[in-house]
Unconditional design. Structure first.
Length: 152
């Protein structure tokens, strides 16, 4: 299986299994007020928000597998996955997506909202890395030489 297919699937699923539960946890402890697994229709296609978010998680997952071969191995691999998730999608959301949607930059510079973005996207990054490793193991060495090197 192509490493980009695995990356897309990993990023999509990591949104559902890591990103959204991290957000739910932060909401449950009162750190942030947020809807989780939202089925509210997005514009312009009317797709449920959680599926739209998961789709973009898959797109970021493809970028992840394109870059992860440059990550160091061992524990540093997982730190790079965390940093990739925390910084990449969060900065794009703050400074590209927000202005397009007419929203304030960086969550309006509200510290809890900013920290939430970093934490939930960092969880997504670690989840994507884990699912990529598992996907490569399940579908063989054709996926990616870098993933097959295993980040242990």
């Amino acid at each position: 299986m192509n490493k980009y297919v695995i990356g897309f699937a990993a990023g999509f699923i990591a949104t559902l299994l890591f990103h959204q539960p991290a957000l739910a946890t932060l909401a449950a402890v009162g750190f942030v007020k947020a809807g989780v697994y939202s089925l509210q229709a997005t514009q312009p296609l009317g797709v449920p928000a959680v599926l739209s978010l998961s789709f973009w998680g898959g797109v970021w997952g493809m970028l992840f597998v394109a870059l992860e071969s440059r990550f160091p191995r061992g524990a540093a691999y997982w730190l790079c996955a965390l940093a990739f998730g925390a910084l990449g999608p969060t900065l794009v959301a703050w400074f590209v997506v927000a202005p397009i949607k007419g929203l304030p930059l960086a969550g309006g510079w509200q510290v809890p909202r900013m920290i939430t973005g970093l934490l939930i996207n960092g969880a997504w990054g670690v989840g994507t890395a884990l699912l990529c490793v598992l996907g490569q193991r399940a579908w063989g060495a054709h996926a990616s030489a870098s993933v097959s090197a295993s980040p242990r």
